[in-house]
Design a protein. Structure first.
Length: 345
C-alpha cells in the first residue's frame, strides 16, 4: 500500500440500517439521512446500498445534495431537504423532485405561491430553536392547500436518555401535530430511535447510527483508515519532533512519519491520539501538521508498513474522544484525499 486507504463497509451500513429498523414497530418506516456526502462516506454508494436493503425515504441537508441521491436511487424514493425551500431551487426541484421541509412562514408562502401543485414537508420547532414553525405560526398559516408528505421536528438531547428535554419536546410535538394525519409524523434521529417507541411516530431518520457511531452502541463499525509509513527514523534523547518542538525524546526513539495530516481531516487536536499497528497502540508525538503526522513506534517489535488510524482497534468515537470531538465530526472531516474502497453492497 502506497496511499492512505479508506475502506467503507457497505454491508455494515446496510446491517446498521436493518438493526435500527428492527428497533421500531413494523408499521414505522425507517428513513436514511445521507446529508454531507453520507457523513463523508460517499453518497452514491451509500444511498444505493441503503435503497437495496429497503430504505425509501432519504434525507439531505440542502437541495443541491438531492442530485446525487436521485441519480443513485432512481425515481420513486422520496428525498427530503432539511433546509426547506429557497427561491432559486426551482430547477433542482423539477430535476430531483425533492421534498422541501418548509421551516418558516416565509418558506411556506414562497413555496405555495411558486409550486402550488408540488408535494412538500413541514418542519416544526419543539425546542431546539434552529429551524421550524412555532406554534403561533401554525395557528396563523393556511396549510390546507399544501400536499404534505411529512411533518417533522428534531430532538436536541436524544443522545442522553435521561435528559428532561426529550419528553418536553415529544409533548410539544404531540401538541403541535394533533391536527395532522399520524402517518405524516417524524421526530426521531438515531438517538430518538434508541429512546423507544414513544419517540418513533411514523417515520424515523437515523444518520450516525448507520455509519457506526454513538449513540448506537450496537452498531457495526463501518470504516477503516490505514495509512502507509513514509519513513521511520531514529531520534536521540533530547531531540525534538515536529512544529514548535512540542515533543522531545526522553529515550532513544523510533519515529514513523505518515503522509496524512489535518488537511486530510485528521484534526490538529489529535496530537494526543494513538494509532495502531497490528493491534499495538502507538502514540502520536509532536503536533499534527497539514500533511504529516509523527508516531512513536519504539515499542513495536517489528517495523510497521502501515498504521491504522481507524479500524478494529479504534472506532470513530474513540478517535473523536482523543480530539475532544464527536464521531460525526471525525467522519465528515475525512475529506477527499483518500483512496476509497467499498466492501459489499
Ligand atoms: C442530521 C439530522 C438527522 C440525523 O441525525 P443522527 O443523529 O445522525 O441520526 C435527523 N434529522 C435532522 C433534522 C438532522 O439534521
Amino acid at each position: 500500500m502506497t496511499r492512505p486507504l479508506l475502506t467503507i463497509d457497505l454491508d455494515a451500513i446496510a446491517a446498521n440500517w436493518a438493526a435500527l429498523d428492527r428497533l421500531s414497530a413494523g408499521a414505522v418506516e425507517t428513513g436514511a439521512v445521507v446529508k454531507a456526502d453520507a457523513y463523508g462516506l460517499g453518497v452514491a454508494a451509500v444511498s444505493r446500498a441503503l435503497r437495496a436493503v429497503g430504505a425509501s425515504r432519504f434525507f439531505v441537508a440542502v437541495a443541491s445534495e438531492a442530485v446525487a441521491v436521485r441519480a443513485a436511487v432512481g425515481p420513486g424514493p422520496e428525498i427530503f431537504v432539511f433546509a426547506g425551500y429557497t427561491p432559486g431551487d426551482g430547477e433542482l426541484l423539477r430535476q430531483t423532485e425533492f421534498r422541501p421541509m418548509l421551516n418558516s412562514p416565509q418558506q411556506v408562502s414562497a413555496f405555495a405561491a411558486e409550486h402550488p401543485d408540488l408535494p412538500c414537508g413541514l418542519q416544526l420547532d419543539t425546542g431546539m430553536n434552529r429551524l421550524g414553525l412555532e406554534p403561533e405560526d401554525l395557528g396563523a398559516l393556511d396549510l390546507g392547500s399544501l400536499d404534505l408528505r411529512l411533518v417533522m421536528s428534531h430532538l436536541a438531547c436524544a443522545d442522553d436518555p435521561s435528559h428532561p428535554q426529550n419528553a418536553a419536546q415529544r409533548g410539544a410535538f404531540q401538541a403541535m401535530t394533533g391536527g395532522f394525519a399520524p402517518e405524516l409524523l417524524s421526530l426521531a434521529a438515531t438517538g430518538g430511535v434508541l429512546l423507544g417507541p414513544d419517540y418513533h411516530f411514523a417515520v424515523t431518520r437515523p444518520g450516525i447510527g448507520l455509519y457506526g457511531g454513538q449513540p448506537f452502541a450496537d452498531a457495526r463499525p463501518v470504516v477503516r483508515l490505514s495509512v502507509p509509513v513514509l519513513q521511520v527514523r531514529d531520534v536521540a534523547v533530547g531531540e525534538s519532533v515536529g512544529y514548535g518542538a512540542a515533543w522531545v525524546a526522553a529515550r532513544p526513539s523510533r519515529i514513523a512519519t505518515l503522509a496524512v495530516g489535518y488537511a486530510d481531516g485528521l484534526l490538529r487536536a489529535l496530537s494526543g491520539a494513538v494509532f495502531h499497528a497490528e493491534g499495538v497502540a502507538c502514540p502520536v508525538v509532536g503536533r499534527v501538521s497539514m500533511d504529516l503526522i509523527t508516531v512513536d513506534v519504539t515499542d513495536l517489535p517489528f517495523e510497521p508498513d502501515t498504521l491504522d488510524v481507524l479500524g478494529p482497534d479504534q472506532g470513530i468515537d474513540a478517535l473523536a474522544a482523543a480530539a475532544g470531538t464527536i464521531g460525526y465530526e471525525v467522519l465528515t472531516a475525512l475529506g477527499s484525499r483518500y483512496e476509497r474502497v467499498y466492501k459489499g453492497g
